[in-house]
Ligand binder design. Structure first.
Ligand code: FAD
Length: 510
């Protein structure tokens, strides 16, 4: 029996959230799709692993764009529409902010959140609520415009708040609300989820982040992020998608400016009209296009012109007592010695000590996350990729343990006990772990940095010019919706939509 068909409509490289979302959407439209995944499992970073007989979440803290049952947001709705039946658990709070002079737990819901900020910094309710409402208005516009692009004039008439704020940084818009510094600090913790300091972060990104996470709350799958990726893969196969594991794609084949297939590491040449790539454009344009002469100069300029964003460093522990016994009260803790996001961003370029950590205790949203009498506790920071590129193979083990140790020490001070005395299992994930496991360029999980020069609005406008090779699409954090599991799904859908639109165009031109 032949392993592959002679021809597919679309080959998707990478069977993780983005690639599987593309596959689901294309299969639903009756297209013949092959997914090639280099691991023996689907999911990429959306996975779990087992240590000491305990299944441990590898990455997910919380997911945006899911929404409650009966009122799902775009990612939750897409998965439901595709028949991917995930058991979602709501995360109980937005976060606990532990920053100089403030120990405050904030909950989702725009008014609730504003009231709780006001309780910590009296007299701020009206202004904070107004700011959050503005975020929500911009969020609604972004959602509508990403589905129904419109002329600039129409946009101005229908989406005034979006247009008015699009050219401003987060800090500039926050400054216009004249909020005391402490209230500003309480609004800032999620910054690390988009990875740019507020002087550089376009307000549009902050608005979407706050409206989604604070407005609707966040969710996790009961059986870890791997529940989602496994169910997506199962559903895709049930819809006729061919998924082949342990198939590493080495080359994307191009002729006269158009893709016609891929070659795998084991030498199979497989043909298709379209290829959707999880590997970063940096990787594709520098080493995957065959022949090299088909790589347009503009493509190399584009990847060189973009700044890579953040990687991840996590210390994931299973502890020998329950969260309650240890006095861990919050699902999500953001802990730092300053809330100056621009300063924190600059610090992330190095190898620590890192000053801003995000911690998760899964049991507080999912009591069954670990065996009875234990709990999980992870400490994460998101360093920039640059610093980690300087670590030599000889130094790697030492640096990794030093950084992990500093992070544990910092959280010990906050928690008031020594985590080390309670560790049953401990796993350290570094940018190298991620690069090794997923093949992501330099271990970067956030795609390209959001800046005032290179932001979502500009990217929407240059998207067409950045189609350097016909039939080649990308799906991953390097695309328009950016980083995270929810955006990975949206990026995958967008790549599939581009393919479907192009198919229609070519059909009409026949
Ligand atoms: C520690 C950590 C914590 C995180 N926390 C959160 C969180 O709380 N919330 C959130 O929303 N997001 C979080 N993220 C980010 C999120 O996990 C990712 O953005 C998302 O899962 C990426 O999905 P993806 O499909 O774009 O790519 P990936 O998961 O990177 O998958 C890419 C896939 O492509 C495959 N592949 C690559 N090259 C090839 C090739 N040449 N041939 C065949 N297959 C190939 C890989 O094996 C992999 O399966 C976290 C990430 C980390 C590391």
């Amino acid at each position: 029996m032949k392993f592959y068909k002679d021809h597919y409509d679309v080959i998707v490289i990478g069977g993780a959230l983005a690639g599987l979302s593309s596959a689901l959407m294309l299969a639903e439209k009756g297209k013949d799709v092959l997914v090639l995944e280099r691991h023996n499992l689907p999911g990429g970073i959306a996975t779990s692993f087992v240590r000491g007989g305990i299944e441990i979440e590898a990455s997910l803290h919380e997911m945006m764009s899911i929404g409650p049952k009966g009122n799902r947001l775009k990612v939750g709705k897409f998965l439901e529409d595709m028949g991917v039946d995930v058991e979602w658990l709501k995360v109980p709070e937005a976060y606990h902010a532990s920053i100089p002079g403030l120990e405050v737990t904030l909950h989702p819901g725009l008014e609730t959140f504003a009231k709780e900020v006001d309780a910590a910094v009296p007299g701020t309710y009206e202004k904070v609520l107004k700011l959050l409402n503005l975020c929500h208005t911009v969020f609604d516009s972004v959602n509508e415009l990403s589905i129904h692009p419109m002329s600039k004039v129409k946009m101005l008439l229908k989406h005034e708040a979006f247009v008015k704020t699009a050219g401003y940084s987060t800090q500039e818009v926050i400054d216009s609300f004249d909020l005391p510094q402490k209230a500003q600090d309480l609004l800032a913790p999620y910054w690390i989820y988009v990875g740019s300091g507020f002087r550089e972060l376009p307000f549009t990104i902050f608005a979407v982040l706050m409206a989604d996470y604070v407005g609707y709350g966040s969710y996790i799958p009961r059986k870890f992020s791997h529940e989602m990726s496994l169910k997506m893969a199962e559903r895709a196969e049930a819809m006729g998608v061919q998924i082949e594991y342990r198939q590493h794609v080495e080359k994307i084949l191009v002729k006269n400016g158009r893709v016609y297939g891929v070659r795998t590491q084991r030498g199979d040449e497989i043909h298709a009209d379209y290829v959707i790539s999880a590997p970063y454009p940096n990787k594709v344009y520098t080493s995957m296009i065959e022949p090299k002469s088909e790589v347009p100069e503009g493509a190399i300029k584009m990847v060189n012109g973009r700044r890579l964003s953040l990687a991840a460093f996590s210390v994931i522990m299973i502890l020998d007592k329950t969260a309650e016994e240890l006095g861990i009260r919050d699902y999500s803790i953001f802990h730092g010695d300053t809330m100056d996001t621009d300063l924190l961003y600059r610090d992330l370029a190095g190898l620590g000590p890192y000053r801003y950590l995000t911690c998760i205790c899964h049991n507080l949203a999912n009591p069954d996350a670990t065996p009875e009498g234990t709990c999980s506790f992870s400490i994460t920071t998101l360093p920039r990729v640059d610093g980690w590129q300087t670590v030599s193979a000889d130094d790697y083990d030492r640096v990794k343990h030093e950084v992990a140790s500093q992070m544990i020490d910092m959280m010990n001070k906050y928690l008031g006990f020594d985590l080390r005395e309670h560790i049953l299992e401990c796993v350290i994930e570094t940018p190298m772990t991620i690069a090794h496991y997923t093949g992501m360029w330099n271990g970067c999980i956030y795609g390209y940095a959001h800046t005032m020069e290179d932001h979502i609005v500009a990217r929407l406008q240059t998207a067409e010019e950045e189609k350097f090779i016909e039939g080649l699409e990308f799906a991953g954090a390097h695309q328009i919706s950016g980083d995270g599991m929810g955006p990975a799904v949206t990026n995958g859908r967008k790549a599939a939509k581009n393919v479907l639109d192009d198919m229609k165009k070519r059909e009409a031109a026949k």
